[in-house]
Design a protein around this ligand. Structure first.
Ligand code: G3P
Ligand code: MG
Length: 351
């Protein structure tokens, strides 16, 4: 079973009524499951410890995939200088460093070093000073500008200061090869086609979570990282002339519903099955159930994922999160009230 967290097991930090009962049933029956979330913001080990306490269930990081988990495997960037955006203070910076990234910068570090980069952050100055780190020395010793050069931009979690984060990402995408405070010779000329922006050598942009909405504590869904990305795309279109000028934001978005996130999670689920039973087995999982509350990420992903390993997937939509009734945009195999009903339905279906 693959299980979303927000709107299925938790609403923000509050466990949902039958979440513990559902997970302990799966563990008692030795049914392999993975918590597959578009959430993030802490290291997997910290999040799993927190979830184990909240849900009163023994979990480990092998049963857990969050939005930015796959970024750890981008070893080709570990020795580069990367900007990490989103989350509370420096938590995502610490996550990226634990993944092996050696030079990790946050927007807070940058605004602390260049206070005038965004005129409206002065009211947050004390917050940023508390967590800011000195900017890394330019890696290339003979770096002509001796200023910060960013090689890749990652959005790990929901940005808190959309104004500052939007400004810094736009600065970098318009810069000469990712060097802060510069403008590429071609930028600003709207007559140029898309290759007038984000040419080779400029930082690549990675988002970890496409969710426009997610189920927090409030009774209505809240804007997620996908909301920030849509806002940024609007600013980028205004800056560059957008589609009319043939400019499309070049970016990579991972997370549910995308194939690589589901494939990454299925590898974890297979490994968990092997831990529980057969040791090294290449047998496909006979049936996999994607249990979620968001039709756009959980149901679309569960329906469209063509398993690399030959397993058959079904999608189960719950009424405890983003979905609030009516005909969902993506038709699940079944709609049930909560996660315990989902587990019981899957048990019957798998017979
Ligand atoms: O930020 C978390 C939200 O986007 C959804 O998380 O667990 O429902 O995939 P989840
Ligand atoms: Mg969810």
């Amino acid at each position: 079973m693959q299980c979303s967290i927000d709107g299925v097991l938790l609403r923000s930090s509050d466990p949902l009524p039958r979440a513990h009962k559902a997970l302990s049933f799966l563990q008692t029956e030795r049914i392999p499951f993975i918590l597959l979330t578009n959430g993030g913001g802490k290291h997997e080990s910290d999040r799993v410890e927190e979830l184990s306490q909240k849900l009163d269930i023994e979990l480990d990081t092998s049963m857990f995939v969050q939005s930015h988990t796959p970024f750890a495997d981008m070893r080709e960037l570990h020795d580069k200088t990367v900007l990490v955006v989103g989350g509370d203070h420096d938590k995502c910076q610490l996550v990226a460093q634990k993944y092996g990234f050696k030079a990790v910068v946050t927007p807070g570090d940058i605004v602390n070093a260049y206070p005038d980069i965004w005129p409206f952050t002065k009211i947050f100055a004390e917050y940023y000073q508390r967590f800011a780190k000195p900017l890394p020395a330019p890696i290339e010793a003979d770096h002509p500008d001796k200023s910060l050069k960013i090689d890749a931009i990652f959005v790990y979690s929901d940005p808190r200061d959309w104004g500052l984060d939007t400004t810094i990402i736009a600065d970098l995408l318009l810069s000469r090869e990712g060097i802060m405070g510069t403008l590429s010779s071609k930028n600003g000329d709207k007559t140029l086609p898309n290759n007038g922006y984000q040419q080779d050598g400029q930082p690549k942009l990675y988002f970890s979570n496409p969710d426009l909405w997610w189920a927090a504590k409030y009774h209505l869904p809240r804007l997620g990282q996908g909301g920030f990305r849509e806002a940024f795309e609007g600013v980028w279109a205004a800056i560059t002339g957008g589609q009319n000028a043939g400019v499309k934001l070049q970016k990579k978005v991972i997370g549910k519903p995308y194939h690589e996130t589901y494939e990454f999670a299925e590898k974890r689920l297979r490994a968990h099955r092997n831990d529980l039973y057969t040791g090294e087995s290449i047998e496909p999982l006979r049936k996999v159930y994607m249990v979620g509350d968001n039709p756009e990420s959980d149901i679309a992903g569960g329906n469209n994922y063509k398993s690399t390993f030959g397993s058959k997937w079904s999608s189960i939509l719950l009424r405890t999160g983003v979905y609030s009734g009516g005909e969902p945009a993506h038709k699940p195999t079944v709609i049930v009230d909560d996660v315990y009903d989902a587990v019981q339905w899957a048990i019957e279906d798998a017979k």
